[in-house]
Ligand binder design. Structure first.
Ligand code: ADE
Length: 482
């Protein structure tokens, strides 16, 4: 990440950024700082950059030309490479900086920060160069420099490599609109105050739930306004062989540090009615089978009931196409009280081919999912104020059921140890407990039985489908987000 700062006081920025963690990041090259002194672009022999305000009044105003030239000196080289960097003017009149905006800015490659002084900057040059107006809080500073330093510090924490692993895996204060739990170190007793007992016992589950309680309690006491914004995120995932689950987890964990997962691959959980309030967020994830949602006795997601609850839909597919799946999911969930505010169609390894979707979601996909997560946070913040908007998704919500290409399954009784793993893991109860035969009418051809069979007694021959897929759909598709 490159920060360019246009300022009359470069040393203020240099001193702050070259210190502590950001200083270490500059040395390592994970961030870079380029300060530009606006005074160097003055066209006045006394190097003045300000003048009296038209219409009278107190104070001085920074002139447009030196600011414009300083901006051009930075923006022109970037624009030549085909991208105009965002230019942020630090001002108490801007959008108040919060963690969502910080995360959004961290995804840019370059940022130009413009610091004003005196009464401000001539409006005409602001109209010409500024893309974002940002405030760091409802108070007035003497200039934008301290605000720029705050922004650089907060944004840098999200730039990969700036924080060490230990630093970045810490519970994030504010990340989930919750304040951090209290911390303790040695000695165990200090001035007659004891470290809470639970932290000394090493039971990590108990420690985790104690910390969560403390976070909630603290937020309730100190920042009840944040608690209002806090949303429980639940990912309801149908994933017989794990690909969809991995994609859903990557996305969900960009959104929250405290997700709840509901494994809809388990038949028992698909039978339980689960209600969601409008204060929650649902991530619904399913694999694409032949361009559609897997067909089963009780339709997937039928047990989830919303109440104006926002949801994000994920249809994961093995590099052919998701066809109608997103549209189907959206219609189903919206008829059950959810509002679909976003969607993604990530590519995952194909169950019938070791080549298609291999290694996906890869690093590039993860970046796209991260961007979507930040966009969803923005939509949630906006939706909280103005109501949620349902996104438009391609596809037919009610497609004709499709005939799948044949997959030959085989079962070697000689190798079978009767461990029953296939029976238990079959998401649609298609394998008889007694005979271990597969009921073809129910079978989804998801291959979970083959995957879980440790003895290698189950296998399948999908060479026909595989050949067809590999000769027609092997060039990697790009993950789509809505
Ligand atoms: N410049 C002066 N006050 C400011 C504030 N609160 N935020 C950002 N920039 C400023």
């Amino acid at each position: 990440m490159k920060f360019h700062v246009l300022t009359l006081f470069p040393e203020m920025i240099e001193n702050a950024v070259h210190t502590s963690i950001t200083g270490r990041a500059v040395k390592k090259g994970t961030i870079s700082l380029d300060t530009v002194n606006i005074r160097d672009f003055s066209d006045n022999k006394h190097m003045r950059v300000d003048d009296y305000p038209y219409g009278g009044g107190a104070g001085m105003v920074m002139q447009p030309e030196p600011v414009y030239r300083a901006w051009t000196s930075v923006a022109e080289p970037c624009s030549k490479e085909g991208k105009k960097p965002r230019c942020i003017y630090l001002t108490p009149q801007g959008r108040v900086l919060n963690q969502t905006l910080v995360e959004e800015l961290a995804m840019e490659e370059e940022l130009i920060l413009l610091c004003g002084h005196y009464e401000g900057i001539d409006e005409r040059v602001l109209e010409e160069v500024v893309t974002d107006y940002v405030s760091i809080g409802d108070y007035v500073l003497t200039g934008g420099e301290l605000a720029a330093c705050v922004l650089i510090d907060a944004v840098s924490r999200f730039v990969p490599g700036v924080l060490s692993n230990e630093e970045s895996f810490q519970f994030e204060s504010i990340q989930d609109n919750l304040l951090e739990y209290p911390h303790y170190t040695r000695p165990e007793v200090w001035q007659d105050r004891q470290v809470p007992e639970v932290l000394l016992k090493g039971d990590h589950k108990k420690i985790q739930s104690w910390r969560m309680e403390q976070s909630l309690e603290r937020t309730r006491q100190r920042r009840p306004d944040l608690l209002e914004k806090n949303r429980q995120v639940t990912a309801a995932v149908f994933s017989p062989t794990g690909g969809t689950r991995r994609a859903a987890e990557i996305f969900t964990e960009y959104l929250t540090q405290n997700p709840r997962y509901i494994d809809l691959t388990r038949r028992k959980l698909r039978k339980e009615k689960i209600k969601f309030s409008s204060r929650e967020l649902l991530i619904a994830a399913a694999p694409v089978y032949g361009g559609q949602l897997p067909v089963m006795e009780e339709p997937l997601f039928a047990n989830l009931q919303g109440e104006g609850t926002p949801c994000v839909i994920i249809a994961a597919y093995g590099n052919r196409h998701y066809d109608d799946t997103l549209a189907q999911m959206k219609e189903r969930l919206e008829s059950q009280g959810f509002i679909c505010i976003g969607a993604a169609a990530p590519i995952i390894p194909h169950i019938y081919s070791p080549v298609l979707g291999k290694g996906r979601p890869d690093e590039k996909d993860q970046q796209i999912l991260r961007r979507l997560a930040v966009e969803i946070k923005k939509r949630l913040e906006k939706g909280q104020e103005d109501g949620f908007l349902s996104v438009c998704l391609p596809g037919n919500p009610r497609p004709e059921p499709k005939q799948m290409k044949p997959v030959e399954k085989h079962f070697d009784r000689g190798l079978c140890t009767n461990c029953q793993a296939c029976v238990q893991k079959c998401p649609v109860n298609a394998i008889s407990q007694e005979t271990l035969e597969i009921c073809e009418d129910r079978c989804l051809n998801c291959m979970s039985c083959t995957k879980v069979c440790k003895a290698g007694a189950r296998g399948f021959d999908c060479s026909q489908v595989r050949q067809y897929l590999e000769s027609n759909y092997s060039s990697p598709r790009k993950i789509e987000v809505f």
